[in-house]
Every structure is written in C-alpha cells, then in structure tokens.
Write a protein that binds this ligand. Structure first.
Ligand code: SF4
Length: 472
C-alpha cells in the first residue's frame, strides 16, 4: 500500500432489517468496513415510524459511542464509511444523507461514482431542484422526487435508468430497505442473514464479525427490497450488459478475509504473487511484503520462488488522521511513522519487496532509500498488477494521468527513478489469469488499459460537480 495513495479509497455500505440491535450491528459492520473510507461515517436507523440519524467526521470508533448507539433505536438501519470520491469533505456530505421528499422520508448511502453526475445535476437544477450537498449521491433522490410514482419503490425503479457509472446504494425509509447494484457491478455488495434479519454489506468481512451468514451477492442490475412482506428482487434494466467487476478491489481495496466477485480476496492475491514470481523471477534471499495489502501476494511469491518470506517492514496501525510533521527534523517522517524497518532482518540481504501497486511513486522511492539505509544489499521490487496509466472514474480516487508514474515513464525509467536493482510488474494477462470466478471480460481493467467500460464526456471528471457546487 502506497502512502501517496492511502486515503483515496471508496466507500463502505452496511444495512440490516429485522433485528432489535440494528444500529449496534451496523456500527460493528462499519467497523469491519473501515478500510473502505476513513474520512467520515454515519448511521440512520428507524423503528418503523420515525427515523434517527448520527454522522460525523473521523473513524467509526471515534465517531460513535454507546450513548450515541442508544440514540439510534429501531430494528432497521443503514450505515456508511466514507472517503469522498465526489463531494468535498464537509459534514453535510457525510452519508447516509437523510431527506424528506414527495414520497416521505428516505436515507441514502452510496458507494461508487456517477459519470453523468454533472449533466444530471445541471438538468435537475434547471427544473427547480435545490441540492443540499455537493455529492453525486443526492442526485438519485431528486430523480425519485420527480418520478411521478406511487411510492418509494416505483420512484427508485424509474430513476435508476438515468444513472450512468458505478453505484451500489442502500436506501432506508421507515417501511423498507432497498439495496441496489449497477448493471456492471463495479463495486461489491452482499446479501446475508443473521437469525431472521436480512443484512447487506460491501464485503463479507462485516458478516463474519457479527456472525451473519453470507447468502449471495446482489447481482449486477438488481434491486432488492426488504419490508414487512419479506425480501423481493427486481431487475429493472431491460438490456443486458457485460459486468465490469473492479479488479482493483481484489488487488488492493477489499480486505483479504472478504469474499467479493465470487472469490476470497486473499486467495486471488496469493495467485497474483505466484504469477508474479513466474513472470519476474529473481535471485534473492528474502521476500519482504509491504504491509498489509502486499502480504498475500508476497506469500504467493514466496511459495512459488521458494525464497523465504520474512517481515522486514512493520506497519504502525495507530496513526491518527493528522499529526504534526516535524519538517526538516526527521527525513522521510511521513513514510517512517507508518512503516518501520527491521534492520537486523534486512542487513546485508538481497531482498524482493512485494507491493500491490505504485501510484505516484514518491513513497516507493522513499521506502527503497530507507531499505538501503537499513542495510539491504539489493532491493528488487515486484508489483502484483500492471502499471497504472489511467485514472478511475468509477469510484476509486486515483490522481490525474500526469501524476501517475506508470503513465509518465517506461519500466526502465521507473526502475531508475525508484533506484531499485530490478523492477517487475505483473502483466495484464497474468493478472487476469488470477481471477477465476468469472470470464476475464467481466472485469474492469480500465486504469491499466484506458478502455473504459462506461463511456463519459467531460462531465465524467469526478471533480466537475464539486467545482460547480463549491464555485471553484
Ligand atoms: S478503472 Fe481500475 S480502479 Fe476503477 S473500476 Fe476499473 S479496475 Fe477498478
């Protein structure tokens, strides 16, 4: 995991229907999904009559406490962990967003990015909509308000056809919970069961924590409704499209103990590491994983190469959102505070460092320098995916193309820039051969190839809506 990339994550969703500890279980669910968004979080619950809300900036464990959970009664709830992919970092943009509209009260939580957000926003504003937030997620509510429908469900089904891009939604009204996944299924969303309660989560790791049984993934293009009548499924889209599961969820975003897109993330990463060792073998004495997301791939690399795995980089997990950087005093402080090196392991050794990706490259450059200073004799870098050359418009907040190291330089130039003895990226074919649950064309690889499965115009720029709303 690269520090120059760390905070740019997408969002986590959790929802539950039919359990008297709904808000507490949602809190636990969000805790398990913390890695999907560390900026802010929120929970909306309902007792079937009223709706209750609490949200704040910061980590789940910091925002919520026992008193706050008690102030969220009811047997149904949805929650959200957030890093903004659109919408500035303001409390009003923290989700779930709770609104009253023509059909009643509704809360909405979103994971993804709408590529036609600016166009829809402009159109809706011209027609009289007044937006409360600068987040693309609110657009769905305005579409539903204008849908000329009988009830929330009909309004939702009528509105979804206007949305383009990547989205999973959880929506809660006093009388129903809705789960929605876009036609391409870019982001994961699971359905599970806990006793008689239905639960939804971006990843199965949240189910494990609360003891829920995963039933199945919400299918691409599926809308699920849970209410007093039970669980129902709708397929509102007539045309069938090929799925575009985000392969980067497997490489970096999702937790290794989760199952997404039909496979356990750890096992996919292990295969990526094995393949990487086949494609880029190296004479070395130790395999060193970059914690945490490089760990499974490093294990696979070690198994395939028969070079022992050793922990030479130790991650400090207890870093707050901000700290005072002692400029000048300690060189490379930002990298060092997060990763410390085991000098006695590294000294005099030829090492292979296995990482999941390089984005801007500045962190990798500093890390290599620190590894050499710690005594490593040779540093060989292996990356468990191809070079990132293009930004993502579907909910992962990569920097612009001109900042992506893989777009700026050839491999040999990157090798020189990072000052490594050798550098090897996994090939596109190699990466795709490691995902087994679906045919290869069912995965989005646009940030590596530039072949975007959902087209967009200028308004596809994920900051366009923000610039408009914030007047930048
Ligand atoms: S462009 Fe990359 S990060 Fe974005 S959805 Fe596709 S594979 Fe995932």
């Amino acid at each position: 995991m690269n520090l120059d990339f760390t905070p740019k994550e997408c969002c986590g969703l959790f929802g539950i229907w039919g359990h008297n500890q709904a808000s507490y279980l949602t809190y636990l669910g969000l805790y398990a999904l913390q890695h999907r968004g560390e900026e802010a979080c929120g929970i909306v619950s309902s007792d079937g009559k009223e709706v209750f809300q609490y949200k704040g900036m910061g980590l789940v464990g910091d925002v919520f406490n026992g008193e706050i959970i008690k102030s969220l009664p009811g047997d149904r709830a949805i929650g959200h962990t957030r890093y903004s992919t659109t919408g500035a970092s303001l409390l009003k943009n923290v989700q779930p967003i709770l609104v009253n509209y023509s059909q009643g009260t509704i809360a909405i939580a979103h994971n993804g990015n709408l590529v036609n957000a600016l166009a829809l926003h402009n159109k809706l504003e011209k027609e009289g909509s007044i937006f409360q937030t600068s987040s693309d997620s609110e657009i769905l509510i305005h579409l539903m308000a204008r849908a000329k429908a009988k009830g929330h469900l009909e309004a939702l089904l009528k509105s979804l056809r206007f949305l383009e891009g990547a989205y999973c939604f959880l929506l809660l009204t006093p009388s129903a919970l809705f789960a929605v996944r876009d036609q391409r299924g870019f982001r994961p969303l699971w359905l599970g069961k806990l006793d008689k309660a239905y639960v939804f989560s971006s990843e199965t790791c949240a189910f494990d924590l609360i003891g829920a049984e995963p039933l199945r993934e919400v299918e691409p293009g599926e809308v699920m409704v849970v209410d007093e009548k039970g669980l129902r499924s709708f397929k509102p889209f007539r045309e069938r499209v090929i799925p575009s599961f985000c392969i980067f969820e497997h490489i970096y975003f999702s937790r290794p103990d989760s199952k997404i897109f039909g496979e356990t993330v750890h096992l996919v990463r292990e295969r990526l590491g094995r393949k990487l060792a086949q494609e880029h073998p190296v004479e070395a004495e130790l395999i060193i994983p970059v914690p945490d997301s490089g760990a499974s791939a490093a294990l696979g690399f070690s198994q395939e190469s028969k070079i022992p795995l050793e922990y030479g980089i130790i991650r400090n997990h207890y870093i707050g959102r901000t700290f005072i950087q002692p400029f000048q005093l300690i060189r490379d402080f930002r990298v060092k505070i997060k990763f410390n090196l085991l000098k006695d392991v590294l000294k005099g050794k030829r090492i292979v460092v296995v990482d999941d990706s390089i984005v801007r490259g500045t962190t990798s450059q500093i890390r290599v320098r620190n590894l050499r200073e710690a005594g490593a004799k040779e540093v060989h870098l292996r990356i468990s995916c191809p070079p990132h050359k293009f930004p993502c418009f579907y909910g992962i907040d990569f920097p612009t193309r001109k900042e992506l190291l893989g777009a700026r330089f050839k491999i040999k130039e990157i090798e020189k820039f990072l000052n490594v003895d050798s550098l090897g990226y996994l090939s596109l074919e190699g990466m795709l051969s490691c995902v087994k649950a679906y045919p290869q064309e069912n995965y989005c690889v646009a940030c590596f190839t530039g072949n975007y499965p959902v087209k967009f115009g200028r308004e596809g720029d994920k900051f366009a809506l923000e610039r408009k709303c914030c007047g930048e």
